[in-house]
Structure formats: C-alpha cells, structure tokens
Ligand binder design. Structure first.
Ligand code: PLP
Length: 399
C-alpha cells in the first residue's frame, strides 16, 4: 500500500507506545513498576455507572445527535457556568469522543496550510502532531524548570506572527503539572488582547487535579473580551476517572462549534448514548468526591517527589497539578551504566531504568524537552515507594 502523504506529517502517541512496550514486558513475565499512567486509577463514580445502566435498560441506545444529546449539552452548559462562570448557549457546545477528538475537530476545522499554532512547551505530545496533520505549523515556546515550565507574557508576544491562528494552552499542564496563577493568566491575556487575530484553544482537562489550594482559571473567564475567540475544552476523563467512556466537550463561538460538528458528522458521528448518560450524571451529580480524590493524588505526588529528589543526578520541582512529575535527569548524562553503556540522553536514561530495575517512565523528548522524564504518580502507594527506591538504586549504580 502506498500511504497518503499526510501520514508522514505526524507520529503515533509516544506515551501509548511506552505503555504498549510495558504491557509486552509484563506479558513476558517481567516485574515492571509502571509510572507511565495517563489516567486516574479511581473507579468511575457509581451514580455515573447507574445512569449508563438505566440508559441501556431504557433502550435509548440509538444514533445520537452529532453535537451531543440535548441533556449532555445542558450538563456541559451547567458545568461551564458552575465551575468557570462561563455562559454558553446550547448551540455553542460541541461534544466528542474525549477532549482529544474535540481538539482534533477544532484544528481540522480551522487550520490551513501556512497557519501557525503556538504550543507552549513542554507540551502534551499530541498537539504538534494534530496541528501538522491539519496542515499547520507548530511554533514552540520552550520554558524550563527555572521558570516552573511556564511561559512569560513576553515569550508569548515574541512567538506571535501574522500567521498565528491559535494559542494552544493546557493547564494544569501535561507533562509538567504547571499551573498559572490568575495574575499570570492576566499577563498572558493582556498580550492576547493586543493581537486580535489570535484565537485560544484551551485544554482544561486537568482543571480539577490542582494541588495545595491553588486556584484554576481559564482565559474566557479571566478576560471576557477573549470569550469570542476562545474555545474552552474539557472532558469527563480526568476529573471523574472516566477515560474509557470517551466524553469530551467544548464551549466556544457558534461558527467554530458548527464547523467542529461538521467534522464530527463525517468521522465518528454522535458519541455513544450510554457514555453521554454517564457523563450527564457525573457533571450534574455530587462533586465533593473529586476534591477527595485530588487530595489523595496530592499525597501520592508528595511520596514520589520525595523519592525522586533523593536520587543522584535527578532534580525535580513540585508540580502544582495534573498527575505527573517532570523530572530533570541532567545529572545522569555522560555517566556509565554497570553494563558499560554511556547515558547520552533522556531516552537512554529511561531505557536504562526499564532494563536495569524495571521502572517505566516516559522520556522528556516526547514532550519537547530534554533531558527530562515524566513519571506519573497515579500508581498504588506500594509501587510509588518501590519504584522510587529502584530509581534511587539505579542512579546510585551509575559511574
Ligand atoms: N489533553 C491532555 C493534556 C491530556 O493529557 C489528555 C490525555 O492524556 C487529553 C487531553 C485527552 O483527554 P480525553 O480522554 O478527554 O480525550
């Protein structure tokens, strides 16, 4: 088969490749501590599961409207109002199979050849590939550990050109957990106000996974003048531990939402009625458990953080949100493993961890910054301790 040229414009998801490799090793009988998870390990809440069962019992499981069932759009509308103070009409809401499909639809519907989309890095690995697949060019802003992986207003200003179509923004960030304070968001919003041709595609999926009492804010809320050019994306995946149900949604300008729905109509059609029923129950039901789960994640973050910072050659900053620690392994570069291999980059380091002590993490270059690695703290406490100790042991063995 001769494949379409578009296939060479993007690569498969690196974290999914890492997970597949780990699954293979486990299937071969290796004892692997997995610190690669990109999803919470809590169960889907019972009231969401009950709503899904009721939907099936009622046989309400036919094709669904392209832009989501009315109940689903009302639930998304309620969520945006309750959590973000944002008012969206029902014709301003799109629903897709996860935030990923919603982001994909937005880019496919709007990006033309020559358009640029700004991607603050380190970034979620899918953004550049989605932009390129849509025919656009990602423009990176690289922020390091010394700026807590956050871009400054002047960095944003310098990256904007007449071709900039989108700022792709993600907070809390994957892989860094970076959280911008409302004041920092204000600084970025002020820059955006000076460039009316730039639209904002904000990926807020980690909104509720935010630690130490930090406050979440999103662009359309911080600066109402940006409302007309912002698409605010969210999902049930991370907040409610509903990754497999595949429900994401967006609020935004009517014309963009209509074109996103057009993309949806000739790809997947409307998403599963059963999943939408569960999502409605999650979005409209009790919210207290989300805070309890986040507190538990914060506890696990601290546990892994303490271990990683004890390892020779590693240094990391405490993430303010999401589920990952983005850790520098700069101090291991140039060292030699007990097998006589020199660690030249973060890929070598992560391979060394996997081969020598059976700990799986993802190399930083997958997210646009080296030499780092992403370690997820969504793992049983026992694995966080054991994995952390094994990393300390592996680092101590380097010469
Ligand atoms: N956005 C970010 C930053 C993510 O890390 C992920 C998943 O890992 C997604 C979007 C995908 O979310 P969903 O499951 O809603 O498609």
């Amino acid at each position: 088969m001769e494949f379409a040229p578009r296939m060479s414009r993007f690569k498969p998801s690196p974290s999914q490749i890492a997970s597949a490799r780990v699954r293979d090793l486990i299937a071969e009988g290796r004892d692997i501590v997995k610190l690669t998870a990109g999803e919470p390990d809590f169960p889907t809440p019972d009231h969401a599961k009950a709503a899904a069962l009721a939907c099936m019992d009622a046989n309400e499981i036919k094709y669904t409207p392209i832009n989501g069932l009315i109940e689903m759009r009302k639930a998304a509308q309620l969520k945006f109002k309750r959590d973000n103070g944002l008012d969206y009409g029902l014709d301003q809401i799109a629903v897709g199979a996860g935030a990923k499909q919603v982001l994909f639809n937005a880019l496919m519907a709007t990006v033309s050849q020559g358009d640029e989309a700004i991607v603050p890095g380190p970034y979620w690995a899918s953004y550049p590939d989605m932009i390129q697949l849509a025919g656009g060019t990602p423009v990176f802003i690289n922020s390091g550990q010394n700026s807590q992986f956050k871009m400054r207003p002047e960095d944003l200003d310098a990256a904007i050109t007449p071709n900039t179509k989108w700022l792709m923004f993600c907070m809390p960030g994957n892989p860094t957990g970076a959280v911008y304070s409302p004041e920092e968001m204000r600084g970025l919003a002020d820059v955006l106000l000076q460039h009316p041709h730039v639209n904002i595609l904000t990926d807020d999926v980690y909104e509720h996974l935010i630690f130490d009492g930090r406050v979440f804010s999103t662009f359309a809320q911080i600066e109402p003048k940006l409302y007309d050019r912002t698409v605010t994306v969210n999902s049930c995946s991370k907040a409610y531990s509903m990754t497999g149900w595949r429900i994401g949604f967006a609020g935004g300008p009517k014309d963009i939402i209509a074109n996103m729905s057009k993309m949806q109509s000739q790809s997947a059609s409307g998403v599963s009625a059963v999943s939408q029923a569960a999502a409605v129950a999650a979005l409209e039901g009790p919210q207290d458990f989300v805070k309890e789960r986040t507190a538990n994640l914060q506890y696990r973050r601290d546990m892994l953080f303490e271990k990683l910072n004890q390892a020779e050659g590693l240094s990391c900053a405490l993430p303010d949100g999401a589920m990952y620690i983005f850790c520098s392994c700069a101090g291991t570069i140039g060292k030699t493993t007990p097998d006589g291999k020199v660690i030249e980059n973060d890929e070598d380091f992560t391979m060394y961890l996997l081969d020598s002590v059976g700990v799986a993490v993802v190399q930083g270059n997958a997210y646009g910054l080296s030499p780092y690695f992403r370690a997820s703290f969504v793992a049983p406490e026992e694995d966080l301790k054991r994995g952390g100790d094994k990393i300390i042991e592996a680092c101590a063995a380097l010469r």
